[in-house]
Design a binder for this molecule. Structure first.
Ligand SMILES: *Cc1c(COP(=O)(O)O)cnc(C)c1O
Length: 414
């Protein structure tokens, strides 16, 4: 059966050999999965989730008890004062944009302390010209780069102590940067240090790909607000779209009034039948994130055995679900991504090719055979085509299909 599926014998043998060595790493993942499941189950019980909450509203969406209770459940699970979880957020980028436009005013300064934020925010901030950017409204942007994968404390504290910075952004996951993702411990340490010199700056965390990877979220270590996408971790592969903003109640209110309109805020927003999927997605999310992590850990160990350079290493502490593999070779990178597509449940007969995607300077290849368009909690792999030819792989709704997909991709390159 493996052979018929396109997995070579030597890959089956290697997988069998290395999987034994992963047991203790998987055990730790399972333990965190249980803790996060406990958080979710407790919240469902606290708010007595029942069939009633799976109802729907249309039009303005007034009095949507399912939506309002869903937000209470998310608030509880994420350790927030309040949150807004809506399908009217088109994506993570949209939620981040709503948050930034809600919190910042003309002449305010936004400071990123982990280098340049995620690529899609370039035009939002005005790093790349756009007539509707924050910059076009007179909002200033500054950034401090990481040093050796950690914060530049001297520069950050120096800048933050001058009190004219309105908002500090921390991005937990690495995006397409070559830096490492930031663990909760590192985020906690820098927030403590910032708070010692400035207690009114808004600390906002881009939490994309980070939820349920650890047993704590950024709000628990002092962040004011965090933002993430439901077609990544928290949607559990079931939410059809959407995103969330969670944290301080006053900030969530500002964000809600920017998403809808001043005076309307969270009171409106029809759910059009998705309440059940959002709740079921959250319910599945700890387990799906654990499957994604195991797929990444398996990939990392396999690739290391085969002489490639994976980051993080299989037993390294993880901050997100992303696994990178340095191929050092253009053709191998492309063949690997194509192999991931071939091993997917959806669109397995498509062959992804590098192309000139809008917004990127290099050609990009993207493999994703997903039930939900663009969902990257499902096994997916993408890469800018430039040396040293690094693939960014993430997701895996179940460990078993994630593992098989990776085995098929590896069979393409050896
Ligand atoms: C995916 C991602 C985003 C943007 O999310 P979309 O839903 O794709 O718009 C922002 N920041 C980080 C770190 C991400 O990984």
């Amino acid at each position: 059966m493996y052979k018929e599926f396109g997995i070579k014998d030597e890959v089956v043998n290697l997988a069998e050999k290395i999987e034994h060595e992963l047991t203790y790493v998987f055990d730790a993942v399972n333990k965190r999965c249980e803790i996060n499941t406990l958080k979710v189950l407790k919240a469902f019980n606290k708010y007595n989730i029942s069939d009633m909450h799976f109802g729907t509203t249309t039009g303005y969406g007034y009095g949507d008890v399912g939506r309002d209770t869903t937000e209470k459940v998310f608030t509880e699970v994420l350790g927030a004062e309040d949150c807004i979880v809506r399908s009217q957020f088109i994506s993570g980028t949209h939620a981040l944009t709503v948050a930034l436009f809600a919190f910042l005013r003309p002449n305010d300064t936004m400071l990123s302390i982990c280098g340049k934020p995620y690529d899609t925010l370039d035009e939002v901030i005005g790093i790349v010209d756009n007539k509707s950017s924050l910059k076009s409204y007179g909002i200033k942007y500054e950034q401090i780069d990481l040093i050796d994968n950690d914060f530049d404390y001297e520069a950050i504290l120096n800048r933050a102590s001058r009190h004219d910075v309105k908002l500090i952004e921390i991005q937990r996951s690495r995006g397409y940067a070559t830096r490492k993702s930031l663990t909760i411990d590192k985020i906690e340490k820098v927030i403590k240090a910032i708070r010692a010199v400035n207690d009114d700056v808004i600390i906002m965390v881009d939490n994309c790909y980070g939820e349920f990877v650890d047993d704590k979220e950024p709000l628990a270590v002092g962040a004011d607000v965090m933002v993430g996408s439901l077609i990544k971790n928290l949607g559990g592969g079931i939410a059809p779209n959407g995103a969330y903003i969670a944290g301080r109640a006053d900030l969530v209110e500002l964000a809600a009034e920017r998403l809808t309109a001043p005076g309307l805020g969270k009171e409106v927003g029809p759910t059009l039948g998705i309440n059940k999927y959002i709740l079921q997605g959250l319910f599945m999310a700890p387990s799906v994130v654990a499957s994604s992590l195991k797929t990444s850990i398996f990939t990392s160990k396999m690739m290391e055995e085969l002489g490639f350079k994976p980051v993080p290493r299989f037993d390294e502490k993880r901050a997100d679900i992303v696994q990178t593999i340095e191929f050092g070779d253009r053709e191998k990178l492309i063949k690997y991504c194509q192999g991931i597509q071939m091993g997917s449940p959806i669109d397995s007969n498509s062959i992804p090719e590098p192309w000139d995607m809008p917004g990127y300077t290099d050609q990009v290849i993207m493999a994703a055979g997903a039930f939900t368009q663009g969902s990257s909690i499902e096994l997916s792999c993408d890469a800018p085509i430039r040396p040293p030819y690094i693939a960014f792989q993430q997701g895996g709704l179940t460990y078993e299909y994630g593992k098989l997909g990776v085995m098929k991709a590896i069979s393409q390159i050896i």
